[in-house]
Write a protein that binds this ligand. Structure first.
Ligand code: FPP
Length: 262
C-alpha cells in the first residue's frame, strides 16, 4: 500500500453495501462541535501484519469519510486529532509517513477547492506550526486562507497540537498584554483566554469521540472539553464507520447535559 493509494476506497467502504446517506432528521439534537481522537491505526495494522504507516493510510481514509459524512449531516464544527506534540517521539519512518499523508491531503484539498467551497468548508490547522516542514506549513496556510470565508462546516485538524501548550500560549499572550499595559490581570476573563485559543470564535466541544478502547483525553482540547460528553468505542479508527458515528450521535441526544446545574 502506498500514499498514492490514499484516494482509493478503504476496506470499510469496499465492504459497505452502499454509501450511508446522512439523515439529520434521525436526531432530535445534534452537537455543534464534535471532536475525534483518531486512535487505533497501529493496532489495526498489526492485526493484519502491516506496517504502522499503512494503518495511518487507512486512518486517513476514515478521516475523509467521517469528516465528509459529519459535515453533510450538518455538524458545523469538527476537530480531528491527527498528530500530538508527543507524537514526534515515534519512529522517524512513522512520523514521515504521517507528514506525507498531510501533504497528500493538502494537495487534494487544493485540487478539490471548488467542491470544498461549494460545501462551505473552512479548513484550519490547530497546533504549533514552527516544528512542521515549512513546505507543509505553506500549504496549510494557503488552504486556510483560501477557505477562510466559508462558514458552513469548520473542519479543524490538530497537527503538532497539545492542549496544555495551547493554554500556556494563550496565557503568555495575555501576560504580554499586561506587561505592555494594555490589559490588567484582573481584566483577564475566560472569554479573553478563549479568544487566544486555536478555537477562537468556535463553540466548546459538545461530543468527544475516542475509538480503539482507550478512555483518555490525551492532552486534547482540555479547555474546550470542559463540559463535553465523552463517547468511547472499541472499534479501531480505520474500521470506524458512519454507523459508529450515528451511534455516538444517538447516545449524545440521550445525555442529560446540566453544565454544573441541576
Ligand atoms: C493514533 O493511533 C493515530 C495517530 C497518532 C495518527 C493519526 C493520523 C491519521 C489518522 C492520519 C490523518 C491524516 C490526515 C490527512 C488528517 P495509534 O498509531 O496510536 O494507534 P495504536 O494506539 O493502535 O498504536
Amino acid at each position: 500500500m502506498t500514499v498514492e493509494s490514499i484516494l482509493s476506497a478503504s476496506d470499510a467502504e469496499k465492504t459497505a453495501p452502499s454509501k450511508p446517506v446522512p439523515d439529520p432528521s434521525r436526531f432530535s439534537v445534534l452537537p455543534r462541535h464534535v471532536a475525534v481522537i483518531m486512535d487505533g491505526n497501529g493496532r489495526w495494522a498489526k492485526q493484519r501484519g502491516l506496517s504502522r504507516s499503512e494503518g495511518h493510510i487507512e486512518g486517513a481514509k476514515t478521516f475523509r469519510r467521517i469528516g465528509e459524512y459529519a459535515g453533510d449531516l450538518g455538524i458545523r464544527h469538527l476537530t480531528f486529532y491527527a498528530f500530538s506534540t508527543e507524537n514526534w517521539a515515534r519512529p522517524e519512518q512513522e512520523v514521515k509517513g504521517i507528514m506525507k499523508l498531510f501533504g497528500a491531503y493538502l494537495d487534494e484539498a487544493l485540487e478539490r477547492l471548488d467542491e470544498n467551497l461549494e460545501k462551505g468548508i473552512r479548513l484550519r490547522f490547530f497546533g504549533d506550526k514552527s516544528r512542521i516542514d515549512p513546505e507543509l506549513v505553506a500549504l496549510m496556510n494557503k488552504v486556510e486562507d483560501l477557505t477562510k470565508d466559508m462558514t458552513k462546516v469548520n473542519l479543524n485538524i490538530a497537527v503538532n497540537y497539545g492542549a496544555q501548550q495551547e493554554i500556556l500560549h494563550a496565557a503568555q499572550l495575555l501576560a504580554a498584554q499586561c506587561t505592555e499595559g494594555s490589559l490588567k490581570p484582573e481584566e483577564i476573563t475566560a472569554e479573553k483566554l478563549e479568544a487566544n485559543l486555536y478555537t477562537a470564535g468556535q463553540p466548546p466541544v459538545d461530543l468527544l469521540i475516542r475509538p480503539s478502547g482507550e478512555q483518555r483525553i490525551s492532552n486534547f482540547l482540555l479547555w474546550q472539553c470542559a463540559y463535553a460528553e465523552f463517547w468511547y468505542s472499541d472499534v479501531l479508527w480505520p474500521d470506524f464507520t458512519e454507523r459508529d458515528f450515528d451511534m455516538a450521535l444517538s447516545d449524545f441526544e440521550k445525555r442529560s447535559r446540566r453544565f454544573g446545574g441541576v
